[in-house]
Design a protein around this ligand. Structure first.
Ligand code: GLY
Length: 326
């Protein structure tokens, strides 16, 4: 039985619950995965800033690095970029003027690490990796994560750039909390890579929603929400309003759908359908990227405007994702 047929059979007999929950996905189940291409190694990441992150990650992989090194070094490019106002240094602050960072990383063995509500450290992804390898834990948060970082050789830095401070002061005049779709306030970088050995890893890092409440943590450091990989199946990463992703544990869901035979594209569409079914999706953007172990990828968003960078067969390019709202 083909993977696709087995996926339908499992859903219809209810062994894994009703997986196909919307008309759009029932239709799309019959659609061939048009993004299917062979070609490993492969690197895929969210948004335009993913392009330069991909360059770094793919170069490393091409030179023989493991995917876990490539995903960390790839997203560090974005974390260090002061012009990226939603990740790391230069990120827009919370409503009290603090830049607080969330990140997670996962390797092909299922090992993972994350940090949440971390301040004054430029590379939260590298702290997350240290949590993964040097502690018995998965997540460190806030002051504890900061102290752990300092103890492990990271330096305290002011991450609020003059540009971000100016924008925050403008925001304070009205203090309206209205995340604007696709506008620089939730553009997490999620990056997935398969190396020459065929192993997959993923990384996800963000300064979170601009003007959030102090202490708010989003989906990005939550393994299975902002990112998840399983070396038998593939991986997924998310961007957008983290609360919606957390409520559906989106990345884990999408990897599990692929396990049951869905293509990466079908799985991403179903992930979005779970959100639009129960949440007020009209005012928010969420985008998913998924990659399977064959090197096939999928992408889908709630709203138009989500794009991603794909580096495969030696070519790095930007692609516009399809969306639920047309
Ligand atoms: N997806 C990033 C956040 O909501 O914080």
């Amino acid at each position: 039985m083909s993977n696709r047929r087995s996926f339908i059979k499992k859903t219809s007999i209810g062994a894994v619950g009703t997986i196909l929950t919307s008309k759009v996905n029932a239709t799309n189940l019959n659609k061939k995965n048009k993004n299917s291409m062979s070609g490993i190694p492969i690197v895929i990441s969210t948004w335009k800033h993913g392009f330069s992150a991909n360059e770094k990650a793919y170069t490393l992989i091409n030179n023989g690095s493991d995917a876990i090194d490539a995903v960390e070094e790839g997203v560090k490019i974005t974390e260090a970029d002061p012009n990226c106002t939603s990740v790391g240094y230069g990120g827009w602050p919370d409503r009290d003027g603090n830049v607080t960072l969330d990140a997670c990383i996962m390797d092909h063995t299922g090992n993972c690490g994350s940090v949440s509500f971390l301040q004054n450290i430029k590379h939260p992804i590298s702290v997350a990796r240290k949590v993964m390898y040097k502690t018995p834990h998965v997540m460190l948060s806030g002051e504890g994560a900061f102290k752990f970082a300092i103890k492990n050789g990271f330096h305290k830095e002011d991450l609020l750039t003059e540009k971000a401070k100016k924008r925050w002061k403008e925001w304070l005049k009205d203090s309206k909390y209205e995340p604007i779709i696709n506008i620089e306030n939730h553009d997490t970088i999620g990056l997935l890579a398969i190396d020459k050995k065929g192993n997959i890893s993923g990384a996800c890092t963000t300064s979170g929603l601009a003007w959030k409440m102090h202490g708010r943590v989003g989906d990005s450091p939550i393994i299975g929400a902002g990112m998840f990989v399983d070396n038998e199946i593939g991986g997924c990463c998310a961007t957008g309003v983290g609360e919606a992703v957390m409520k559906t544990l989106g990345s884990f869901l999408i990897v599990e759908l692929m396990r049951q035979g869905a293509s990466p594209q079908e799985a991403c569409e179903e992930g979005v359908s779970r959100i639009v079914k129960n949440q007020n999706y009209k005012e928010m953007q969420i985008g998913y990227l998924a990659l399977n172990k064959k090197g096939e990828h999928g992408a889908y968003a709630v709203q138009p405007g989500f794009d991603y960078a794909l580096y495969q067969n030696g070519i790095n390019k930007m692609i516009d994702a399809e969306s639920f709202v047309k």
